[in-house]
Ligand binder design. Sequence first.
Ligand code: NDP
Ligand code: GDR
Length: 347
Amino acid sequence: MSKRALITGITGQDGSYLAELLLGKGYEVHGLIRRASTFNTSRIDHLYQDPHEPEARMFLHYGDLSDGARLVTLLNEVKPDEVYNLAAQSHVRVSFEEPEHTGDTTGVGAMRLLEAVRMSGIHCRYYQASSSEMFGATPPPQNEETPFYPRSPYGAAKVYAYWVTKNYREAYDMFAVNGILFNHESPRRGETFVTRKITRAVARIKAGLDQHVYLGNLDSIRDWGYAPEYVEGMWRMLQADKPDDYVLATGGNFTVRDFVVTAFEHAGLDWEKHVRFDERYLRPTEVDALIGDASKAQRQLGWKATVQTDELARIMVDADIQVLEHAGRPWIDTPALPDWSAPVAAR
Ligand code: NDP
Ligand code: GDR
């Protein structure tokens, strides 16, 4: 019998890679999608099969994390073995403009899903997409023992979701885990996050379509890894013997400026001619430095990031150039990843 997974946020960057990974492992994959007036499934269209086909293994269901009753009916219908809660209003800057909505979706949404699991009486394993933004102002390196000090409505909502996940584990003996993931990016990254904004601008400037890109704070430090590797880590957390919380990160550190320089240089462009400042992209409170220590995940799950930030920047620039040159969709093909069945030292 194949395992059955339910993914909230399946239309997002991580949801699309996770769906691919699980289908590759023989899972039946169910995804929660929001009803929209336009199509919002471009990241997973290549995985879609007509549900009438007998071999179909991916199914999409309408729903929303703001609708608790729907989550109960859906869980009863799907009866998943594993639930991955990836849905969120995930943009930190936007969370200052929409704090209440962010709290409702990113924070209370996780509680609604946990409560729906409990009420439906289904015995499943639960993954919560927690974030390095929870560490906020606490200086690096950050690991599972580092105190939280969120610096945005988004970070605060993720702290709430983290604690309710832990509470349901302790109160109801649920197999519920927090993956505390540092920034991870890819050619499928949303266009308003800084890495993709930069690599997309590089491609457009190179093609002569734009002259400038407007950015905010170039001094913040982030630990940027490659998203396809991180969804493997999520899956590994749910295969462990015991539920626990894990940091996933590369351990590297790069400023936004370093990322800009690497991306522009890779395309043979001088960044100083093209990058301009716009204060609208500053945040009322910034997170200055996030650098993760993922040694627990390496020790206990055999997980280790192999793509460092400079290589990631080049992958993303190449993909965005390819999109423009070939009007194609390079995100469909995930480049070969390490052999995850091999011990870490052998990779
Ligand atoms: P995206 O922003 O790409 O995807 C978010 C997903 O959530 C989309 O599928 C979106 O649907 C869905 N969603 C938003 N609001 C709701 C709602 N009310 N009900 C149901 N679905 C909703 O995020 P990522 O893939 O980058 O991240 C996945 C998760 O991991 C998020 O929770 C994020 O906060 C967290 N995270 C991400 C990190 C990163 O670096 N990428 C690092 C740490 C944590 P739609 O397509 O319709 O908008
Ligand atoms: P982050 O990602 O806030 O770390 O959250 P983002 O790419 O938005 O910002 C990273 C850093 O870049 C600076 N910056 C800009 N950011 C954006 N978006 N646009 C700009 O023009 C710009 N100029 C400078 C920011 O100030 C910041 O310091 C991401 C999200 O995926 C979260 O959901 C996730 O939880 C965390 O990563 C870990």
